[in-house]
Design a protein around this ligand. Structure first.
Ligand code: ADP
Ligand code: MG
Length: 313
């Protein structure tokens, strides 16, 4: 028997995410109602996936990544994730697909205290729209615009697996057996930097996700303000797989280009560096200082001995 919209919502989208005290009305009524705490602002991130993104996607990975990448973008703003809505259009109600998709998405939501509060479910060409809402005090909100010359540049997470996963998935590269599974699994179910984003509040001067790679994430927002940076390539934290594939895959350029939608770059004023590094250590979070913001547009690559890096990029 075909599932109705009501059945689908009841079976797959009513339970499983977080249950928050600030949700007055959630899934089930005409419009969700949530309480915004005094002195906070609401940050909203929207992500969509169309027919091509959905057609061949593993449903668990699609469900997880849709929310994970939104959580990462919210983390880059210093936002505390709170609620999300999901609009889903499918050509037919495929129970196994819906089960895998919603279980992965809602499990990630529960782990980060985010509640699914509403949405829409319709029949038609596959499409997905997710609105994630987060909370932050105005003075804690981060943007890419806050960087100043002299600030230190940091990254969270390791770099390179994004490029390796893309190359492996397109058939361009055959990873050694020991790297293949872990690299593809981290691509399938990436861990969003939610705790890292919250740890930046009040200390970082700017933050950005590395969805388009480190070089792109830094270059555009800095150049727009007449700024640039020197990156010390030997300090880039390479993943184990990237380290092993380093020679074949093209030097530090791999780490600079690698698309890591769940890693952040951030900048910190010199007087706040100590506090930032202590906070990360206390919370058992990793970050690596990789360079310095400078009053000159463009990214420059340097070796630790001070010389310019001119190797394969
Ligand atoms: P109908 O279209 O049958 O009138 P609605 O679109 O109003 O039903 O949906 C019923 C309830 O379920 C609403 O609270 C809506 O926000 C919620 N809802 C619908 N689809 C989803 C979904 N995919 N995920 C979460 N909530 C959903
Ligand atoms: Mg509806």
């Amino acid at each position: 028997m075909a599932l109705s919209e009501f059945d689908i919502i009841e079976l797959y989208f009513t339970r499983g995410s977080a249950a928050r005290d600030d949700v007055v009305v959630g899934v089930g009524d005409d419009a969700a109602q949530v309480r915004v705490p005094e002195g906070h602002e609401v940050l909203v991130d929207v992500s969509t996936a169309g027919e091509n993104d959905i057609a061949d996607a593993d449903p668990a990975s699609l469900g997880h990544r849709s929310l994970a990448l939104a959580l990462a973008r919210l983390a880059a703003r210093g936002g505390h994730p709170a609620w999300f809505t999901l609009s889903l259009t499918r050509p037919r109600a495929d129970e196994r697909w819906l089960e895998a998709f919603s279980a992965a998405m809602l499990a990630l939501a529960a782990r980060h205290g985010v509640q699914l509060v509403g949405g829409d479910t319709t029949r038609g060409p596959a499409r997905l729209t997710l609105h994630l809402h987060g909370l932050a005090r105005a003075e804690e909100i981060l943007t890419p615009a806050g960087a100043r010359a002299g600030d230190a540049v940091y990254v969270t997470g390791k770099l390179g697996d994004g490029a390796l996963a893309a190359a492996e998935r397109s058939g361009e590269l055959a990873l050694p057996a020991e790297d293949r599974e872990p690299v593809l699994e981290r691509f399938r179910l990436p861990e969003p930097p939610v705790r890292e984003g919250l740890a930046l509040r009040g200390l970082a001067s700017s933050a950005m996700v590395l969805a388009g790679g480190l070089a792109a994430a830094l270059d555009a927002p800095l150049s727009q303000r007449g700024l640039g940076a020197t990156i010390q390539v030997e300090r880039l934290p390479l993943s184990d797989g990237a380290r092993r594939s380093f020679e074949r895959a093209g030097g530090w350029g791999l780490a600079l280009r690698s698309e890591e939608p769940c890693a952040l770059a951030f900048t910190v004023a010199p007087r706040r560096r100590g506090a930032l590094e202590r906070r990360f250590a206390e919370l058992d979070l990793r970050c690596h200082r990789i360079g310095t913001v400078e009053p000159r547009p463009g990214l420059r690559l340097a070796l630790d001995d001070g010389s310019e890096y001119g190797g394969p990029s």
